[in-house]
Design a protein around this ligand. Structure first.
Ligand code: AMP
Length: 364
């Protein structure tokens, strides 16, 4: 079995590391000569829209997947005519456009923040009159980790916000005064001779800093929320005939789940599953797109937490002294705001988990 991955970041790297023990070979396609996944497997160095390179990749592998949302959908549509592409390109296209994403959620009765489509400054003024402040202006496309967003605290900031996002097509979202943020990760597979099956990981509770994921804790203890999230997602993945891992991020307010966004891929909030679940999100993604039965998504440790290392790695020796701490260095050059690695902690009780999180934060 040979898998091609468009994109060679840390998500691709961890897919490769999870798939190798299954005897699966990988080739990644990434324009960066020092792509982190290219350090652990074969790489084609080319732009994502280089048709010749994409065609070469398609001839070398059995199935193609991707490790980030902003792969040009047209490139994958081209590949689809030559090779199986999972997850479905339709899911990728929807996730690239916040308006299409919100529309999909709405079609499936999934609650979202109130929103309005914005194409002009006049649209923005009109939407501000309806939605009020505070609210968030988000570009429809190419936003991630809080980029392409402007929090509007007062209507007088409309012009400033519109300039800040470079007058791009956008949505204006009402601000949700949430209690917490969670995400659910599901994997769906279809072996050639059986109906599709899916597994759901427990909810992760996610804490952000400057728009970037900082800490994920799992499992989020609320069983009712997990059941609610599964019930919301099941018809959605069916309708997309989804194969692979899908992540949906929610705001939680009281007992209500409000969808924020979806990622048709493995997700940062699921990194804890490498050490904290019986089968990691990475292995299950690889299994799903290889038409293999899925592994268990249940926890192997009562409590887990993942802490992102942003900009630079902490001192290795100090981190190694913390009990049950697993270190993942992506071998990326230090750069301000860049995800360069993460740590996972597993523990038998919450007290111990929190104590170890504190120790790591102190070292960072
Ligand atoms: P996003 O890029 O949409 O995932 O937004 C990044 C982060 O900004 C989220 O994880 C939230 O912490 C915050 N955020 C985004 N949209 C909203 C909203 N409508 N209300 C409150 N906070 C939000």
């Amino acid at each position: 079995m040979h898998i091609g991955i468009v994109g060679g970041g840390q998500l691709a790297r961890m897919m490769v590391l999870a798939g190798e023990p299954l005897g699966i070979d990988f080739i990644i396609l990434d324009p960066a000569k020092d792509a982190t996944a290219g350090q652990v497997t074969e790489q084609i160095i080319a732009d994502y829209d280089d048709i010749d390179a994409l065609t070469l990749l398609a001839t070398k592998v059995d199935v193609i997947t991707f490790d980030f949302e902003n792969v040009p959908a047209t490139a994958l549509q081209h590949l689809e005519s030559q090779c199986t592409v999972y997850p479905p390109v339709k899911a990728l296209s929807i996730s690239q456009d916040r308006l299409a994403e919100k529309t999909l959620f709405k079609q499936h009765g999934i609650e979202t923040a109130p929103y309005a489509e914005i194409n002009t400054l006049t649209d923005l003024h009109n939407a501000l009159a309806t939605l009020g402040t505070p609210c968030i202006l988000k570009t429809r496309r190419f936003g991630y980790d809080g980029k392409g967003q402007f929090v509007i605290k007062d209507k007088s900031q409309a012009d400033e916000a519109w300039q800040a996002i470079n007058q791009q097509a956008a949505i204006l979202e009402g601000f949700i005064d949430f209690d917490k943020e969670v995400s659910i990760i599901t994997a769906r597979s279809r072996s050639s001779d059986t109906p599709a099956t899916s597994v759901y990981y427990p909810l992760s509770e996610n804490q952000h800093q400057n728009g970037i994921l900082h800490i994920s804790r799992a499992p989020c203890d609320d069983e009712k929320l997990l059941e609610q999230a599964k019930d919301l997602l099941a018809p959605l993945i069916e309708s997309l005939d989804y194969i692979g891992v899908l992540t949906v991020e929610f705001f939680v307010k009281g007992d209500q789940l409000i969808a924020n966004e979806m990622a048709p891929r493995v997700h940062n909030s699921g990194h804890w599953t490498i050490e904290g679940a019986h089968c990691s999100q990475f292995e299950n993604h690889v299994r799903a797109i290889s038409n293999l039965p899925l592994g268990l998504a249940t926890v192997s440790s009562p409590y887990s937490a993942m802490i992102n290392f942003i900009s630079q790695m902490p001192e290795l020796k100090a981190i190694c002294e913390i009990d049950s701490c697993h270190i993942h260095d992506y071998h990326k050059k230090p750069r301000e705001g860049r995800k360069v690695g993460h740590a996972t902690i597993t523990a038998d009780n919450k007290g111990l988990l929190e104590a170890q999180i504190k120790e790591i934060l102190a070292i960072m």
